[in-house]
Design a protein around this ligand. Sequence first.
Ligand code: A3P
Length: 312
Amino acid sequence: DIDIDIDIDIDIDIDICSLPKENWQRDVHAVQLGGFWFMPESIKPILRVINNFKPLPTDVIVATFPKTGTTWLKSLLYSILNRSSKHNLAVQHPHNLVPFLEVQVFAESDEPLLLAAPSDEPRIFSTHIPCQLLAKTLDSSECKVVYLTRNPKDTLISMWHFVNKYKPDQSWSLDEATDSFCRGVGLYAPYYDHVIGYREQSLKRPENVMFVTFEEMMEDPRGYVKKLDDFLGCPFEDEDEVEEIVKNCSIEVLSNHDVKKSKESPSRIPLPYNAFFRKGKIGDHNNYLSDESIERIDTLTRERFHSLGFMY
Ligand code: A3P
């Protein structure tokens, strides 16, 4: 039984100082809302999304836990849905083409920012907000959600590298990172509840919520571009076009555009353009995690995912 509680009522006027607080990474604290951990500064924008985002039936939403391949899925969906302007990927970051609801669109006020002028093409947004907090919003519309997940150990390693690279003044040991991951403390954590929430929604509303894994997409990217396409209701007729999208969204191509090598940041994300591209491989955790840590995470994964119908 993986029934999730989507009736969590969140008080919009919540006092952030009153929320439970926990050490996530070195001296960085996260606060807890609705059973998940966030940076204190993310709480207001997240509440704005929960309270003000009204998805159109034609909207497409990329939902992910951080470091599971968000940037890749954004690129693929943008290319699939904007066939005539797919070359924009060479000059714009996927995070600008597919903005985060809580980081970019509702960053400043209840009025959404960065909403493109109406066009024939559907709007695409992304979010890391857990399903448990966003299900009412998503259920209120026929919008399509694609949830991408990834092996928890590779997700952890990706996050650990990311934090150490972009906060180089304080090194975060892998043992500390593993411990936080297993305790379920971190950005948008616990990972397991995040995955379970969207998995459950995909089983309940398969027409609206598609659940995919990084590993399946890696193993058969062409097949997955077609599956995504069928889910979004715009099947390809041309195999060469599928091939072109897979190639243009590969990490090698995406990370080598001149714009990606620039030191500039995507809108409202104060990180270099290339911060979201590293190796993009399956199994990198084997190069870093001890046998003991692998066993600890695998045990947790078995406990939490045994009823999901898939396993890492
Ligand atoms: P690694 O750190 O394991 O290399 P997110 O986009 O959710 O922040 O996830 C980042 C992870 O996705 C990083 O994983 C990154 O290298 C990988 N990634 C980014 N673009 C990719 C692509 N086009 N194909 C495959 N993996 C990609």
